[in-house]
Design a protein around this ligand. Structure first.
Ligand SMILES: [Zn+2]
Length: 313
């Protein structure tokens, strides 16, 4: 079961800022809410959408009692559309539907809101279709895009949105938020927010590392590892992390990293070999984001072959 940090209190500053903009009637038509995986960008978008649709403007949060709030609670509000495709690409049809939705008058006579979650997964055609909507905003329409990785969005989309960066705590404040500290180490940082704070992601992280370390020990069949790469789009980051931490262990930080799953391998390879693998993994991590699924699989398989060659020298 996924366990999310229930009150993401660091979102409060963003909420205060958005509330002020609403009160001054200067909230931009298009907002891009950015942050690391699970940092709270989706929650903030939903909070803002509820607030924009609530008819009682006297409270800081949506009131939860008006007709609009009740429709939202029963997921039958006619003036909101949420596009949520998970890790899958968002095609042009969904974006066109959202654009048409904006052309209609709000049924409750207030605002209309479209949320596109994980908007970095829009195909290029979808992003181009969205550009038209961004260029010709309709009255009382608000477009809320959320993303984990803004590098994947077209620059033309980014430049037409007002950007909001979600900043969860770092250092000791981050550590204080982590209930189960078993995978926390001295080099843990905000990049790892998802696996540090979400049980479901942590299980995926541990499972991936287990398979990865098995494979790095004997280079037997990597089909199970490939399945995990396909199931979780954070896997390449975890592969990069593994080589990074192994290099640190060899540079005198073994104690600080004693909780890292890769510690079993700490003396198996030379620092030079690990550097080469880190480099290969980072390169693949950079390239892969823009590829289709078939090409992703090909790139990862090629990467594993390269790593194996490097480590079996
Ligand atoms: Zn309300």
């Amino acid at each position: 079961m996924a366990h999310l940090i229930s009150s993401k209190s660091w979102l409060d500053n963003n909420k205060v800022d958005l509330n002020a903009k609403i009160n001054q009637s200067v909230l931009p038509h298009a907002l891009l809410l950015k942050g690391y995986a699970l940092a709270g960008q989706d929650e903030l978008a939903v909070w803002l959408a509820n607030k924009l649709l609530c008819t009682d403007k006297s409270e800081f949060d949506a009131c939860g009692r008006c007709k609009s709030c009740l429709l939202l609670a029963s997921k039958s509000h006619p003036d909101i559309q949420i596009i949520d495709n998970g890790d899958k690409t968002i095609g042009v049809d969904l974006v066109r539907q959202a654009s048409q939705f904006f052309q209609k008058t709000a049924q409750l006579g207030q605002n209309k809101v479209v949320i596109i979650k994980s908007s970095e997964y829009m195909t290029e055609a979808a992003a181009n279709a969205l550009l038209k909507t961004l260029e010709e905003p309709t009255q009382n329409s608000f477009l809320l895009l959320t993303c984990n990785d803004a590098d994947l969005l077209l620059p033309t989309i980014i430049s037409r949105c007002s950007q909001i960066q979600i900043q969860p705590p770092v250092g000791q404040e981050l550590a204080d938020l982590v209930d189960d500290k078993s995978i926390l180490h001295d080099f843990s940082n905000i990049n790892q927010f998802a696996e540090l704070t979400d049980d479901f992601t942590k299980q995926a992280y541990l499972e991936f590392n287990q398979q990865l370390i098995l494979w790095l020990q004997n280079f037997a069949d990597y089909s199970q590892l490939m399945t995990l790469f396909n199931n979780n789009n954070q896997s390449l980051r975890w592969l990069v992390d593994c080589f990074h931490q192994l290099i640190r262990m060899q540079s005198g930080w073994a104690d600080a990293l004693s909780s890292h799953p890769a510690k079993l391998l700490q003396d198996k390879y030379t620092t030079e070999q690990l550097w080469q693998c880190l480099h290969l993994a980072m390169q693949a991590n950079k390239q892969i984001k823009l590829l289709t699924q078939a090409n992703k699989n090909f790139t990862i398989e090629a990467l594993l072959v390269d790593i194996e060659q490097q480590l079996q020298k």
